[in-house]
Design a protein around this ligand. Structure first.
Ligand code: ATP
Length: 282
């Protein structure tokens, strides 16, 4: 039996470079692992099965963790199975890469259980076949992700801070969000180079002033802007939608400020979650 933490991610920046002939978008995004995680437990057994504490999630071959296990077993050309138990803490459809994190945990966990038969590079390819964010979730920490998400460049972790997540009552499907994107209508792009320089210089303010997500301009719900404003009003240094949403997060330098904002949001009936960056995972 093996238990693994499957860490969520936030996008400190997300730029859309263009649309590819295959319909996908070329991206350039600085991603950061955060403390919030699902718990994934693997047990040897005859078949591949998934059990999850969230009833509405599919537990069959539609679950990305199941797909990851299938790909791994096929790679080894074995009929072995694995029992996958997932305790979800990462909100689903929030842009926090929860499904991707679970798939990454399964691939990394299985490779460990089998004595590392698959190279990390090959494991990254299997991850990419599960989803664009899976290679980052296997690498963790802070990275510039380019292309579909498969070209990863590790970066120094963002300076220590407190991250307050606000989860709207609706979720945004990644596919639908990218369907709304019109590349010609993108007026502003993040200063990705400047953001990377700020990370290299451990310049916290340089990081927060450069946080920017191109997808926000296409978000179909007003709440995204309202939630960002709520976070800024509570003293967040920056507030941003993560990935394709719907979760919005604020960066706080003071724990007290973040904790009191969390209390206020809870009293308003919102669903805040206080977390922090993690410099490395696995
Ligand atoms: P990303 O930021 O990687 O695009 P997300 O955080 O917006 O993803 P997820 O929480 O990963 O979204 O879920 C997206 C969809 O994937 C959901 O509709 C869900 O039904 C499906 N799904 C399949 N397997 C899982 C899993 N193990 N955990 C969460 N969602 C899963």
């Amino acid at each position: 039996m093996l238990s693994i933490r499957a860490h969520a991610k936030i996008n400190l920046s997300l730029d859309i470079i263009g649309k590819r002939p295959d319909g996908y978008h070329d991206l350039s995004s600085v991603m950061q692992s955060i403390r919030l995680h699902d718990e994934v437990t693997l047990r040897s057994q005859k078949e591949i099965t998934v059990r999850c504490d969230l009833r509405f999630l599919p537990c069959d071959n539609r679950n990305i963790a199941w797909k990851a296990a299938r790909l791994f077993m096929d790679e080894l050309q074995t009929d072995d199975g694995i029992g996958i138990q997932i305790k979800k803490h990462i909100p689903v459809g929030g842009g926090l890469g929860g499904g991707s994190a679970d798939a990454a945990a399964v691939l990394m966990g299985l490779n460990r259980m089998y004595g590392f038969p698959v190279t990390f590079d090959r494991l990254l390819q299997l991850g990419l076949a599960c989803g664009a964010d899976v290679p980052f979730c296997m690498t963790g920490g802070t990275c510039l992700a380019e292309g579909l998400g498969e070209r990863l460049m590790p970066l120094p972790s963002m300076p220590h801070c407190h991250i307050l997540l606000l989860r709207p009552r609706f979720s945004l499907s990644t596919k639908k969000m990218f369907g709304l994107v019109d590349v010609k209508k993108i007026k502003h792009h993040p200063d990705t180079r400047g953001l990377i320089n700020a990370l290299n210089n451990r310049d916290a303010e340089g990081v927060t002033v450069r946080m920017f997500n191109c997808l926000e301009a296409f978000a179909p719900r007003l709440e995204i802007r309202e939630y960002k404003q709520l976070l800024l009003d509570e003293g967040a240094k920056a507030a941003l939608m993560t990935g394709s949403g719907s979760v919005v997060y604020g960066i706080f330098s003071s724990f007290e400020k973040a904790a009191s904002a969390k209390e206020r949001f809870s009293a308003m009936g919102l669903r805040p979650c206080l977390t922090a960056p993690v410099p490395s995972i696995f």
